[in-house]
Design a protein around this ligand. Sequence first.
Ligand SMILES: [Zn+2]
Length: 397
Amino acid sequence: MTMIIQLPRDIAPALASEIEKESVFVSPFLAQLKVAPEMDSVAVELSDPTQEAAVREKLDRFLGLMLRELPNFETKTFFNTERRDSGPFETNVHRQMVERRWIHDYQRGRAALNGPALALLHYIDRTASSLYHETFKGTVERDFPALVDADLLWKCGYFDSHPNAVCFVGHVVEDFDTIESFRASNADSETVQLPPNEHVHLPGMCLNPAACFPSYPTMSGETIGSEGRIMTWKGRVFRFESRNVSGLDRLWEFNVRELVFAGSDDFTADCRRRTLPLIEELAGRLDLECVVETAADPFFATISAAKSFWQLAQEVKNEILLPLGPGADGSMKRMACGSINLHGNFFGDRFDFKTDGESASTACVGLGLERWVLAAFTQHGFDPARWPAGVRKEIFG
Ligand SMILES: [Zn+2]
């Protein structure tokens, strides 16, 4: 059944797509929400008509939050690189990569890259890493677990900002009969039999949702000198996206090349300033159109966030956007492929690491590698001749 809800005002296309995307977290009985082309109402499909009143009540609260007037701030653009390749933007890149067996799509937001797609992911990761090491002397290559304590995410404020994206890890309760019934049910079964909820225990472990989080406890109790601390690594990150998973642009599990700075305020601000030309250089080597501009996280971040946080956000988060070609309305579609974030002393305070007797500042730079791969194939297509020579031989052999 379909329910039409009139909006109190016309909304902008960006907010419309945000509302459609976040609507998957409103109710399990909400099958689909579409904003009308007139931008003045939403059409909602319910999977169970008996739930209409309950879903409507949640939707009213959800739409109320999404339609709040947030302080407008001017977007500041740090740089905007051009592409030398004059060919058109490729479409259906994900499907074409699956056909070429460069991606095995397991569905539900997991992909295995192969061939040139994997070679490109490695090239991007390696190039970013070497630019970081060359520019920031003393950078340490690290590695961190993907399985993290829920307590770590709590300390990092993740349950405040993205409670919908958390992935808990469960195991069968340590009980002989429970384990035996799980074993037996699968032994005689044609398909997998998951244990009932009451036989699963959540021991307070999560899959890591933001690459930098596990790095902070490793600095606990330390005093960081004036030379600062710089770490980089390739991290594996998990975010539950519900029905929004699609292709390489919205995965449940993906890879991030992360760079973390810790030290004084001046040190982290200076490092972040010096990172911008490195992202520009990376985009240049790949011959990609790329924009870095100020950004802010909507929805759950805004529920808990005070206005001051929102205003601060424009100063502290910069987004790396790679164009994907014109959308249905003619405007250029852009995909967020990474971000540059200043955290102030938030993590230094939470995890007790200091500089000059004060909680240290941190900043991080994360590049979503699968999204970079998707954007690069979208901008250059599948003809090796369109790729810059240096990249061509690395990925096509
Ligand atoms: Zn980070």
